[in-house]
Design a protein around this ligand. Structure first.
Ligand code: CAA
Length: 372
C-alpha cells in the first residue's frame, strides 16, 4: 500500500500582536474572561502590506524552495478571499515561481477547507506518485471592533507539502460529517461574518461527537477558534486528553489567535514544537470543523525522522519575537485592513523589515506584490 502524507510543514503569522489584557481593559471585561474562560493571551494583527497571499507565500517559501517543478497541484484554502473569481492561488503560484503546468484552485468551506484540500491532495498524490501537492491555509479572522468575536481574532497561514513516503506524517482517513447550520457565515457583500457564537460551539461539539475516534488516543489536535474550545472538544472524546498534551496543542494558538483554516495545523505545529517528548511513531488524531457546518476526523502517523524536517527554533521565534501593539495601533490596523479590503485602488508603504513578500498596491482591483 502506497504511503502518502505531509512531507513538510511551515507557518507564518504577522509579526505584530495585541495583548488581550489591553483589550480587556478597554472593553471593561475582567481579563480572566479572556485568559481563563476563552483561553487566549494575544492575537496577531495583519500589517497594511500583508494579506492572505503574502502570509501564504511566507509560510510556503522555505518548504517549496527547490521543489517548484514537482508541484503539480496547489490548493489555497481560505475564507477571507480577496477575489470572487481569481484564485488567491494564482497570485501565490506567481510569487513562488511554480511550474506553469501546475493545477491551481482556491478552496472554500469555512475553517474546514484546508482539511478538505489536504485530503484531496492525498488522493491526487496517490494517483500521481511522482508529483507533489502544495496545500496552503491562509486567513485573517476579523469580526469587527467591539463584537463578541473580537477576542477570538488573529491572522496567519500554514503550508504543507503532500508527497509519497512523507518524512513528517502519513495520513490515514477517518470519517466526515456535514449538517446544514446557521452558526457562522459571511454573505459575499459582508466584510465580517454573521455569528451565533453559542450555536457554533454546540454545532462543533455535535459534529465531533458523530466522528470522534472509536478508541481513546493519547494525542488529538482540534480546530481551535479559541483555546478553551479544545478543552470542550477534549471532553467529547471517549477519553479526555491529559492536561499536559492539551496544553502543548494550545501553546501557539493562545498567542496567535484564530487563523481559521490554519488553526488545526497550527495546533499540530504547537504540539510538535512544545511537547517535550518524541512523537515518532505516535498516532495523532485530527478533528477539523468548518462552520456551516462540516467536520472530519483523520489520523497522522508520525514518521521516525519527523523532527529532522521541522525547525522548532524558527517556529518558536515566529510566535515569540513579534512586536507588541497598543490598543490604538490595533484599531488603526484593523480599520485600515477593512478599508483596504474594499478599495479598488490602494498603495502601501513598503516596510523596512525582514518580510520576503509585500503587497505593494491594489490597482483597479488587481493586487501587485513584491518578492525580495
Ligand atoms: N473568569 C473566568 N471565566 C469567565 C469569566 C471570568 N471573569 N467571565 C466569563 N468567563 C467564561 C464563561 O463562563 C465562558 O465559559 P464557558 O464557555 O465554559 O461557559 C467563557 O468565559 C466565555 O464567556 P461567554 O460565553 O460569556 O463569552 P461571549 O458570550 O462573549 O462569547 C464566544 C464567547 C462565543 C467564543 C465569542 O467570542 C464568539 O462568538 N466567537 C466567535 C465564534 C467562535 O469562535 N465559535 C467557535 C466555534 S465555530 C468555529 O470553530 C469556526 C470558527 O473558527 C469561527
Amino acid at each position: 500500500m502506497i504511503k502518502v502524507g505531509i512531507d513538510l510543514i511551515h507557518f507564518y503569522t504577522p509579526q505584530v500582536y495585541l495583548d488581550l489584557a489591553e483589550l480587556a481593559a478597554v472593553r471593561q471585561v475582567p481579563v480572566e474572561k479572556y485568559t481563563v474562560g476563552i483561553g487566549q493571551e494575544k492575537m496577531s494583527l495583519i500589517d497594511p502590506y500583508e494579506d492572505i497571499v503574502t502570509m501564504a507565500a511566507e509560510a510556503a517559501y522555505d518548504i517549496v524552495k527547490g521543489r517548484e517543478e514537482n508541484i503539480g497541484l496547489l490548493l489555497f484554502a481560505t475564507e477571507s478571499g480577496v477575489d470572487y473569481s481569481k484564485s488567491a492561488g494564482v497570485y501565490l503560484h506567481a510569487l513562488l515561481q511554480l511550474n506553469p503546468h501546475c493545477r491551481v484552485l482556491e478552496v472554500k468551506q469555512a475553517c474546514f477547507a484546508a482539511t478538505g484540500a489536504l485530503l484531496l491532495a492525498k488522493d491526487y498524490v496517490t494517483l500521481h506518485p511522482d508529483k507533489l501537492a502544495l496545500v496552503v491555509a491562509s486567513d485573517v479572522a476579523w469580526y469587527g471592533l467591539n463584537t463578541p468575536g473580537e477576542v477570538t481574532q488573529g491572522a496567519g497561514a500554514v503550508a504543507m507539502i503532500v508527497s509519497v513516503n512523507p518524512r513528517l506524517a502519513v495520513i490515514e482517513e477517518g470519517k466526515a460529517i456535514v449538517e446544514n447550520s446557521k452558526d457562522f457565515y459571511r454573505p459575499s457583500y459582508n466584510q465580517v461574518p454573521i455569528v451565533d457564537g453559542k450555536l457554533s460551539i454546540r454545532s462543533y461539539k455535535e459534529l465531533l461527537k458523530q466522528v470522534r475516534p472509536d478508541k481513546p488516543l493519547k494525542f488529538v489536535c482540534f480546530h481551535m477558534p479559541f483555546a478553551t474550545m479544545s478543552d470542550k472538544a477534549s471532553e467529547v472524546l471517549t477519553l479526555p486528553l491529559s492536561p499536559e498534551i492539551l496544553m502543548a496543542t494550545k501553546a501557539f494558538n493562545k498567542d496567535v489567535g484564530n487563523i481559521y483554516n490554519g488553526s488545526l495545523y497550527l495546533s499540530l505545529i504547537s504540539l510538535l514544537t512544545t511537547y517535550p517528548n518524541s512523537l515518532a511513531n505516535e498516532t495523532i488524531g485530527m478533528f477539523s470543523y468548518g462552520s456551516g457546518a462540516t467536520g472530519e476526523t483523520f489520523y497522522l502517523i508520525m514518521q521516525p525522522q519527523y523532527d529532522k524536517v521541522i525547525d522548532k527554533k524558527v517556529f518558536l521565534s515566529l510566535v515569540n519575537q513579534r512586536r507588541k501593539a497598543d490598543f490604538s495601533t490595533y484599531e488603526r490596523l484593523m480599520t485600515g485592513y477593512e478599508h483596504r479590503e474594499k478599495s479598488l485602488n490602494f498603495t502601501t508603504t513598503i516596510p523596512n523589515s525582514k518580510h520576503r513578500f509585500v503587497l505593494t498596491s491594489i490597482v483597479n482591483g488587481h493586487r501587485e506584490y513584491l518578492k525580495r
